[in-house]
Design a protein around this ligand. Structure first.
Ligand SMILES: [Zn+2]
Length: 303
C-alpha cells in the first residue's frame, strides 16, 4: 500500500516550464534532462512496486533530516520487520567501476551512487534510533533502464540490475509478515518528519519579461495555437485541447513560476497570449477561482 505517494518534484516542474520558455544554459539544460530521466525511472520502479503485498508500506520520495543533515530516499518499503531503501537510477549506456570510482566508458567519472546510498542508510539509522525503532535496513541501488550495463561490479554490490528486477520483486514477496500496527506508527512519524520544501532547488534566476508567453501542450510541451472556436491545437504532435482546460493549466503554471504575482484577467490574457479576448479569460477565471476586489484592481485566488 502506498502510504506516501510520489509527486512531480517542484524543481522538475519549474524547469519543465522554463525549458520551453527560456533559453537555458547548457548546464541547466543538462540538469533538467537528468531530473526528467531520473523521475521517469522512479515512476517505472513504482509500477513494479505495485505488485508487492498490500499490507506492506511504501513511502516515496522522503526528504528527511538526521544529525542536522538532510538526506533523500527515493523509495522506502517497510516489509515485515525490515526496512528496504531504494536508490533508483535510470542510467543508460555502459559504465564501469575502478577502485570504487564509477566511470562512463568515455572515462568520465560520475558520482558514486553507492556512497549516496550508504549515507542515506547511516542517517536513516540515526533517525530510527531517535524515534525509538531498531529495525534492520536493507539498502539497494536499483537500475531500471534495460540499456544500462555495469562492468567490473563487485559481486557483493547491493544492486538490482534491469534483468533482475522481476526476480527481485518476487523474492521480496516471500518476506515474512510482521505486526503492522507498530510499523504504521513508524511510517506516520517518518512522514511527519519529512521536509515540505527542498532547500536545494537548482533553478536558474528568471523574471516574467524573460519568459516566452503562450500555452504549452500537455503531451509534448510545444506551444499551442488556436484551432477553432474554443479549441487549441499543437502543431507538433497534433494534440487538441479545449481552451478552458488549457487556460486553467496555464494559470497553475503561472502560479508556480510567479507565486508572488496576482492572478488578474489581463495578466492571464497576456500570459496565454493566444486566447481571442479578455472576456474568455474572465469567464474561465470567474468560474474556477474566487474573485477578490472590484474593477481594475480585482484579482483571483484559489477557491
Ligand atoms: Zn504537442
Amino acid at each position: 500500500m502506498i502510504i506516501k505517494p510520489r509527486f512531480e518534484p517542484e524543481e522538475l516542474n519549474l524547469l519543465r516550464y522554463l525549458y520551453r520558455r527560456l533559453e537555458l544554459s547548457v548546464k541547466d539544460e543538462n540538469h533538467y534532462l537528468n531530473l526528467e530521466k531520473g523521475f521517469a525511472g522512479e515512476l517505472q520502479f513504482d509500477r513494479l512496486m505495485q505488485e508487492v503485498p498490500d499490507d506492506w508500506m511504501i513511502l516515496n520520495d522522503l526528504l528527511l533530516e538526521s544529525s542536522n543533515t538532510l538526506f533523500q530516499i527515493d523509495t522506502m518499503l517497510i516489509a515485515g520487520a525490515t526496512i528496504y531503501i531504494f536508490e533508483v537510477k535510470n542510467y543508460e549506456g555502459d559504465f564501469y567501476i575502478e577502485n570504487e570510482h564509477w566511470y562512463t566508458t568515455s572515462k568520465t567519472e560520475i558520482k558514486n551512487p553507492l556512497l549516496q546510498l550508504h549515507r542515506s542508510e547511516t542517517l536513516l539509522r540515526g533517525l530510527l534510533k531517535e524515534l525509538g525503532f531498531n529495525l534492520p535496513i536493507k539498502p539497494y541501488l536499483v537500475f531500471v533502464n534495460p540499456g544500462f550495463q555495469l562492468y567490473q561490479a563487485p559481486l557483493n554490490l547491493p544492486a538490482v540490475f534491469p534483468t533482475q528486477l522481476n526476480r527481485f520483486i518476487e523474492k521480496l514477496k516471500s518476506t515474512p509478515a510482521a505486526s503492522k500496527a507498530r510499523y504504521a506508527k513508524l511510517a506516520e512519524q517518518l512522514i511527519f518528519r519529512c521536509l515540505k520544501e527542498n532547500p536545494f532547488l537548482r533553478v536558474p534566476e528568471y523574471s516574467y519579461e524573460q519568459l516566452r508567453e503562450g500555452i504549452l501542450c500537455t503531451t509534448c510541451t510545444s506551444f499551442l495555437t488556436p484551432f477553432s472556436q474554443g479549441i487549441l491545437i499543437c502543431n507538433e504532435c497534433g494534440c487538441k485541447e479545449e481552451s478552458d482546460s488549457a487556460v486553467l493549466r496555464s494559470v497553475e503554471e503561472f502560479k508556480t513560476l510567479f507565486p508572488e504575482m496576482k492572478i488578474t484577467t489581463n495578466g492571464i490574457y497576456e500570459w496565454c497570449s493566444i486566447i481571442s479576448s479578455t472576456k474568455v479569460i474572465q469567464r474561465i477565471l470567474s468560474r474556477n477561482y474566487e474573485k477578490k476586489g472590484r474593477g481594475k484592481s480585482s484579482f483571483y485566488v484559489s477557491q
